[in-house]
Structure formats: structure tokens, C-alpha cells
Design a protein around this ligand. Sequence first.
Ligand SMILES: Cc1cc2nc3c(=O)[nH]c(=O)nc-3n(C[C@H](O)[C@H](O)[C@H](O)COP(=O)(O)O)c2cc1C
Length: 215
Amino acid sequence: MTISTTDLLAGLRWRYAVKAFDASRSIPSDTWDALEQTLVLTPSSYGLQPWKFLVIKDVALKAELRPHSWNQSQITDCSHLVVLLAKRSIDSSDLERLIEATARTRSIEAAGLEGYKAMMQRDLVEGPRSQTIGTWASNQVYISLGNLMTAAALLGVDTCPIEGFSPPDYDRILGLENSPYRSSVVCACGYRSADDKYAPLAKVRYPISELIEHR
Ligand SMILES: Cc1cc2nc3c(=O)[nH]c(=O)nc-3n(C[C@H](O)[C@H](O)[C@H](O)COP(=O)(O)O)c2cc1C
């Protein structure tokens, strides 16, 4: 399956960071299901999927989060608010979980994956990267953010990525403090308001000649 380059670029140009959502519109469930699957299908380093995604539709909960999100209206006016969570630590049980899932899914012996597991152990659990594993996990989460925004645009769904929020307050309100997960970034999804004055603004992007170098 392919789409044309024209359609791809039209979709990417149609997307912008929505400042005002139409609070009366909600994303149909079949469209939303595809976007949830987009999150699940996101690739991650080693395939470890060090994430979870909280999908919030509850009006009262969105209202509670808004003051901890620079009071941005997208939090309450969007249809589906996604809080993307990064796993704050990786230990051998995470590696075991992946090995078991791989063996089960592909009907192979887990023993044949011992080398792969040892490589992950040396790199992420025992190596220097273990010191900054929260950052590593958050990097993976941002791949899912990009995937979500692009897929949404191709389905005609608007988004606004949001870093303007307080992760500790989100973690407290969402009951994450005693969990292995931490709020990393937020994505509001829905439909743009007809009078969002940001919608017609030209995209500010540096020239392709400055950003892409061929060697
Ligand atoms: C990770 C990330 C965090 C962002 N956080 C916010 C935010 O909190 N509020 C907001 O209105 N826009 C936010 N933006 C939107 C950017 O300002 C916007 O994507 C950028 O200016 C490019 O414009 P465009 O997305 O409309 O093309 C964020 C964008 C990214 C990628």
C-alpha cells in the first residue's frame, strides 16, 4: 500500500499545532481505534516499547489537568487527550517480557534469543546508558508522538503536541507516582475550531537547502 507523494505532502502541510479545538466535535470510534493501533505499532529501540498511553476523554479529569498545562485550552477542548508515558527504569524483567512475547508471537524457542537478551542487558541495564534510561525511554516515546501526529493528519484528525505541562502534577493527578511510568509528553487530538487564527498561518521552516545536506 502506498499513497502518492502529493497526498503525503498535502497531509503534512494540512497538519499544524492546533491552538483552538472545536469542543463540540468528537473523533469517531473507528478512526480513534486506528490511531490507538498507530501508537501500538510505533517502533522502538530493541522493540522494547518502554511506554504506555493514557487516553483521557473524561471532562472532569481534563479540567483538572488544564491548570497544570499552562492553562492551554486544547487540554479541555480536544476530543481525546493522550498522555504519553515513559517507563522510568528498565531491568531484566522488561527484557524477559520482550523475549517471551517474541517467542510466543513467532512460535520460536526463547532460548534462541538469549544472545539478544544479553546484548540488551549489557547495553541498557548494566552499561553507561542505564544512567540515563529515563531519557532513553522518553526518546522512544517521542517516536510514537510523531507517528500519532502524522497518522492523525492523514486521517483528517487534528493534533497539538504539548510539552507545556507540569509532569510531576500530571503524575500525581493520574496516580502514576507509585507506577513504573512517568508523563513524558501530551498530545491533544480532535478537530480544529473554524476560528483558530493559527490555522491559515504559513509554516515557518528553514530552507531545505540548509537542513538537508547530500554527500
Ligand atoms: C514536542 C512538542 C511540544 C510542543 N508543545 C506545545 C505546547 O505546549 N503548546 C502549543 O501550543 N504548541 C506546542 N508545540 C507546537 C509547536 O510550537 C509547533 O509544532 C511548531 O511551532 C511548528 O508549527 P506547526 O506544528 O504548526 O507546523 C509543541 C511541539 C512539539 C513538537
